[in-house]
Design a protein around this ligand. Structure first.
Ligand SMILES: [Zn+2]
Ligand SMILES: [Zn+2]
Length: 923
């Protein structure tokens, strides 16, 4: 018998279990039922630590041909159906359907798990926790019931030396085979094997592999039991606790309760590591397990409150203990606090823990300190905790700090709100108040709900959800219009990150560390090829858009083929945000990358920026000292400069400004940049932007030793000659008293020249001449055109007169007046009138009514000659009558009038009525 192995001893007495547990030195007392005196065997089992138990389990199954795999991350990989891993088999799902996918048909793991449906009960009972580890041995189409049961029994009785009489298996009521194995092969009497129904012994979670199971219960002794004669595994009391569940995974549930046999028979076992440790260490619950107890001890020390003295404080101690375990592992696996999904789970846990820290009287940040103990206690199995410790602490400290800034104000507001409710006799907090607590004070809705529930109050959840949806919509719209950088304060993922060191004045590349990033707007710790990312670096050569200068573009490269194409750089509160897309590889927070700007583009930007300074100087020289900068925008080889001035520049002024700038360029003046106290800069006469805020130390950009001296944070040339040439494109007004000049520099001029040359060549081609003869040719063409137009006009007049003559020939006699009432195809009002005039002038006895249809409308012109007028004819009245018949109106002088109508279908009828109308007006 090795040291510490189980022995049996006799003992007895009257005592409560709890009197002995904490001070226990190896003797286990089981308590006594009231009024009864019993004597019990007291069992010695070796006190095995949690880390020790994990290792014993994994190496036992390794010795049985299992492949030991490290725990999978808490974030499900390639499985969108789960938020977090909550069971040992979850990451192995695909192997249950197809063993050829598995690295081996026998696998053993200890899997980190997080379950969150009962968060608000964690702490209030000692039974609930969000974080636990699950031991498992798995067979994918390899061994089945027999071996699985034998292994379990051997491990418990032989390796852990648990006395056989304390172990009670159960089987699914219809599983005779499992019953037979326990009875005949293991040799347990029939009464020790319990048959249980589907609720207890058929294992499934939603869709996926499932099947009957066999559980192993541990008998904690009658002291924890209900005392009923039929107390057995499956009883509601605490005597028999389930420690191992062997699932004979042989069916697939399609999610709708339809079971089909899997192509292979599998074994999926699960044993809660903490629960096993409870049994082996003979403690009541997970908070008393060795490693967990030491974490709680750390919190107790900070709070100055021991566990077990005050039930209220115990609740808070348990909450913080559980939540700091789960959050340490969540952050380690790459989850970052946010308002959605996994990030929200993390935020909620951290803020709930922070609040309970407050309830314990802790006023400083403390959660990040407790991380030290969590890491220490788990380092053996999870070495990544050690390497990522600083990062984990930073993330947790940042979130804690954010909440700490508002928690006291939020809690006191919540107190007065609940007092108000009590006064009014109401029990529900409005959605608006709940939203304010969330939006202004960072209280996750679930935390507010929980705090209220402690006082028997509730929250108008629907009202809150509505306001939440409205805010999301506003944020979405704001983001689209502000290029994704208009976060509400509570949501800015970069708000707590350190600032970036800008090295881009002197360097074009740097070795940098990724401090934080978002993928599609949400904070993430890793990103893959194809992801749209915003990356914050600790140092960067990329200029962030500001002071009128556009942001740099370029590339971030790293190990394993990482390439991020940066399409823009923004600056927010000293943090440089690289906006781009991952072209290849994978990016993670903490990665080192090589950041390189697009050099040619940057050079072009600097040409334009330095030229802008020269332009301002030239404008003062040419236009006057009142010129002040009212805005500017600098792009590669292109600039826009707004300035105060009350009239347009004359062509002569524009030419002189252009000339002055180019002269300054060609003088090849050195450009220096110096940081100095603002007072000194003012003494030097440096030009500052009106209304702009400057720090106490400013950067002065000096060209030609005082020729131009401006306060400016932009990137500049070393010598004005590098600008190449400068050309003004336009000068115009943008607002009252503000003019705008647009200009190009450097290669921009070359493009401009090419554009103009191409235009000339194209025009010459169209005119069939050479560029040199273009002006002469254009003059000749214009002359030809004028002559042609003149000829055309006289021809048209002649044609119209001929047409009018033809129409007169169709006239009918109405009381001595020659009446023409006719349609004229495709003629507008002007053409009709011209035709009518020529009839009237040639024939004094004529009265003409000329109509045409254009665009679905009728136009009519009427004329009356001198003789017709004398007889009583009146063009205005005539056209008025006729127009009224085609749904319109009009009128005019007796000798000439026009009208319109909307009903072309009635035109013929109206024209036919003309003789009668005319007859009615004759004397
Ligand atoms: Zn019972
Ligand atoms: Zn500038």
């Amino acid at each position: 018998m090795r040291e510490g192995a189980p022995r049996r001893a006799k003992s007895g007495g009257t005592a409560k279990m709890t009197d002995f547990v904490p001070k226990r030195g190896g003797v286990y007392f089981f308590a006594f039922l009231p009024g009864q005196i019993y004597s019990f065997e007291v069992i010695f089992m070796e006190k095995l630590g949690l880390n020790q138990l994990r290792e014993m389990y994994l190496s036992y199954f390794e010795s049985k041909g299992h492949l030991r795999l490290p725990s999978f991350p808490l974030i499900p990989q390639n499985d969108k159906s789960l938020l977090l891993i909550g069971a040992g088999m979850a990451p192995l799902k695909p192997y249950f359907a197809d063993k050829t996918l598995a690295p081996r048909t026998r696998v053993t793991t200890c899997q980190k798990c997080i379950r969150t449906p009962d968060i608000e009960r964690v702490g209030k009972t000692a039974r609930h926790g969000t974080y636990f580890e699950m031991l498992g041995n798995f067979s994918f189409g390899d061994y089945f019931k027999t071996e699985a049961i034998h292994y379990a029994w051997e491990f418990l009785t032989d390796v852990l030396k648990i006395p056989e009489n304390l172990l009670w298996p159960s089987v699914y009521e219809k599983d005779d085979e499992a019953f037979r194995i326990w009875h005949e092969e293991i040799g347990l009497p029939e009464e020790r094997i319990t048959r249980l129904g589907k609720d207890d012994n058929f294992w499934e979670i939603g869709a996926g592999p499932c099947g009957p199971c066999s559980e192993i219960y541990f008998d904690r002794g009658p002291a924890r039991g209900c005392g009923k004669p039929d107390c057995r595994p499956g009883c509601d009391c605490d005597r028999y606790i389930e420690i191992w569940n062997i699932v004979f995974s042989q069916f697939n549930n399609d999610g709708n309760g339809n079971y089909t046999p899997l192509p292979q028979q599998n074994i999926d076992t699960g044993m809660g590591l903490e629960r096993l440790a409870c049994v082996m260490q003979d403690v009541e619950n997970l908070f008393e397990v060795d490693t967990v107890r030491r974490i709680m001890g750390h919190i107790s020390r900070i709070a100055g409150i021991a566990y077990g003295e005050n039930e209220k404080a115990d609740i808070s101690l348990r909450v913080v203990t559980d939540h700091i375990r789960s959050t340490t592992f969540l952050v380690c696996d790459g989850v970052l606090p946010s308002n959605e999904g996994r990030g929200y789970v993390l935020r909620r846990l951290l803020r709930r823990a922070a609040r309970h820290g407050r309830l314990l009287g802790i006023t400083d940040n403390f959660l990040c300190d407790v991380v030290d103990t969590v890491v220490e206690e788990n380092a053996v199995a999870y070495p990544e905790l050690v390497t990522k410790k600083d990062y984990i602490k930073r993330v947790i400290r940042m979130e804690e700090e954010r909440f700490r800034a508002t928690i006291d104000a939020g809690l006191s507001i919540l107190d007065s709100l609940t007092a108000d409710l009590a006064k009014k006799g109401e029990t529900t907090l409005s959605g608006a108040e709940t939203f304010k607590l969330y939006d202004t004070y960072g209280f996750p809705i679930d935390l507010t709900e929980e705090i209220l529930a402690e006082k028997g109050l509730s929250v108008d959840r629907a009202g809150f959800d509505e306001l939440m949806a409205a805010q999301r919509e506003r944020a979405r719209t704001a983001r689209t219009s502000a290029g994704d950088f208009a976060w509400a304060d509570a949501e800015n993922p970069f708000a707590q990150s350190p600032a970036t060191e800008f090295v881009g004045y002197d360097e074009n590349e740097s070795r940098s560390e990724v401090l934080m990033m978002t993928v599609a707007g949400e904070p993430q710790s890793t990103a893959e090829a194809g992801d749209e990312v915003v990356v914050l670096l600790d140092r960067t050569p990329f200029y962030g858009e500001g002071g009128g200068q556009v942001g740099d573009t370029g590339i971030l490269t790293g190990d394993n083929g990482l390439a991020v194409r940066v399409s823009d750089t923004k600056k927010r509160d000293g943090r440089y945000l690289h906006v781009g897309r991952i072209v290849s590889g994978r990016l993670a927070i903490g990665d080192k990358v090589d950041a390189r700007i697009d050099l040619l583009r940057r050079a072009a930007i600097m040409r334009a920026h330095s030229a802008t300074h020269l332009l301002q100087r030239a404008l003062r020289e040419v236009v006057g000292d009142h010129v002040a900068q009212a805005g500017s925008f600098v792009e590669p080889d292109r600039l826009r400069f707004d300035f105060t001035h009350f009239e347009a520049l004359t062509p002569d002024e524009i030419e002189r400004v252009e000339h002055a700038v180019n002269e300054a360029i060609l003088k090849a003046m050195p450009v220096s940049k110096t940081e100095m106290p603002i007072e000194e800069a003012k003494k030097l006469g440096a030009t500052a932007l009106f209304g702009e805020k400057y720090g106490s130390v400013v950067r002065v950009v000096d060209m030609g030793d005082g020729y131009s001296r401006e306060l400016c944070g932009g990137t500049h040339l070393n010598n004005t000659s590098e600008a190449g040439l400068f050309k003004i494109l336009s000068e115009a007004s943008v607002a009252a008293g503000v003019r705008r000049i647009e200009a190009v520099t450097g290669m921009g001029l070359l493009s401009l020249l090419k554009e103009k040359n191409d235009l000339i060549a194209e025009t010459a081609g169209i005119l069939r001449t050479s560029p040199a003869e273009l002006a002469g040719k254009a003059k000749a063409v214009a002359g030809e055109l004028k002559e042609t137009q003149r000829k055309l006009q006289s021809l048209e007049e002649k044609l119209s007169a001929e047409k009018a003559e033809k129409l007169y020939e169709t006239a009918s006699d109405v009381g001595g007046v020659r009446l023409i009432a006719a349609r004229v195809e495709s003629a507008g009002t002007d053409a009709l009138r011209a035709m009518g005039d020529s009839i009237r002038d040639a024939h004094p006895d004529a009265a003409a009514l000329l109509a045409s249809v254009a665009g679905g409308k009728v136009v009519i012109a009427a004329v009356c000659g001198k003789d017709a007028l004398a007889k009583g004819a009146h063009a205005g009245n005539l056209v008025k009558k006729i127009a009224s018949m085609v749904g319109g109106g009009g009128g005019g002088r007796p000798d000439s009038a026009t009208a319109g109508g909307r009903d072309p279908g009635k035109l013929d009828e109206a024209l036919a009525a003309a003789p009668d109308v005319l007859k009615g007006m004759l004397k």
